[in-house]
Design a protein around this ligand. Structure first.
Ligand code: GLV
Length: 328
């Protein structure tokens, strides 16, 4: 059994998950703090049967060509835009992700960003710490915008979008959504209305992005879309940075075209220190950590590990994305 080899591209995988992979394969872990340099990754995959990776690793045709023995790529993330699925399928390499386990954690973080930006929580914390609060309590000090009773526009009603909708009902929010695929069951369940994309933009007080990054969704929220939004609206993004045209967002925020943004994800990660967003008070920023609870990150790692074990045993991994490879 131990003839198998697996490369793990980060040394932050909980021991529990490494033990699972170690039960079937010799494991080599990349020890660097940043993502493995491309050259290292291309070299390391040459002899491995499995790759346990995270979203910073680009798994494309070039990498797959080098990895002649590769049977499985287990991405420790639900999003898999870092992997060229078609190229993997062509080479009969299984690809898995981690759906479901992070849904509630990401939905919590989405609400946190929404509340933080509308109620100016981060700005207020800075204000108090930096000694800005010198006089008495005053009626207009740090006033923000209500979340309760407002209209939430969900762009992408998948698992995470639906979990956000569920939370938002507790805030008495009116719920709208747009998705390429309509889900009438959820519409009834949450009292959420299906609308066109433009109506979603026009009517939302909060627009929350929950679509995957696909060619059709790339930069799908840009200058035209910001122009349709209310000037008092907030953009929340816990999906992928490139769904939003970040340059257009910066202009929209500077021009007061929209009121603010809560962003966990960016076009380039880590964010460039010169990124205009860093200087703005009306944005709350986070380092792509929406699924970052210890419970959820551990569950994601274990899930990825189990997918590797199943694939190497010759079984169908539970979270297989390209089922076509099994029928070849
Ligand atoms: C994180 O962004 C994920 O896709 O799991």
């Amino acid at each position: 059994m131990k003839d198998f080899r697996v490369y793990v591209s980060t040394n932050e995988v909980p021991a529990q998950a490494l033990e699972i992979v170690g039960s079937i394969a010799k494991v080599k872990v990349y020890e660097g703090k940043a993502a493995p340099p491309r050259g290292t990754l291309l070299k390391e995959v040459q002899e491995v049967d499995g790759l346990f990776c995270i979203l910073t690793e680009k798994v494309d045709g070039e990498l797959l060509d080098r990895a002649k023995k590769l049977k499985i790529v287990a991405n420790m993330a639900v999003g898999y835009d870092n992997i060229d699925l078609a190229e993997a399928t062509k080479r009969k390499v299984m690809v898995t992700n981690t759906p479901g386990v992070l849904t509630e954690t990401v939905a919590d973080a989405t609400m946190a960003l929404m509340l933080a930006v509308a109620r100016r929580v981060v700005e207020a914390d800075r204000y108090v710490r930096e000694g800005g609060w010198k006089l008495r309590w005053s009626p207009m000090m740090m006033v923000g915008s209500d979340v309760y009773g407002k209209t939430l526009g969900i762009y992408g009603l998948g698992r995470i979008g639906a979990a956000v909708a569920k939370r938002a009902t507790g805030f008495g929010m009116k719920l709208l959504y747009y998705d390429a695929v309509r889900n009438e069951g959820l519409e009834r369940g949450y009292g959420i209305e299906y609308v066109t994309f433009d109506r979603l933009l026009r009517e939302s007080d909060f627009l929350s992005v929950h679509v995957p990054l696909l060619p059709e969704t790339k930069k799908s929220v840009g200058a035209r879309e910001f122009a349709l939004m209310k000037r008092s609206a907030y953009l929340i993004n816990t999906a992928r940075g490139s769904v939003v045209d970040e340059a257009a967002l910066i202009v929209a925020l500077k021009d007061g075209r929209i009121a603010g943004a809560g962003l966990d994800v960016f076009e380039d990660e880590p964010v460039n220190p010169k990124n205009g967003l860093l200087k703005m008070e009306n944005v709350v920023l986070a380092p792509h950590m929406a699924s970052g609870s210890i419970e959820t990150r551990t569950a994601m790692a274990v899930m990825a590990a189990r997918n590797i074990v199943a694939a190497l045993k010759g079984e169908a991994p539970p979270d297989l994305l390209n089922k076509e490879v099994l029928n070849r």
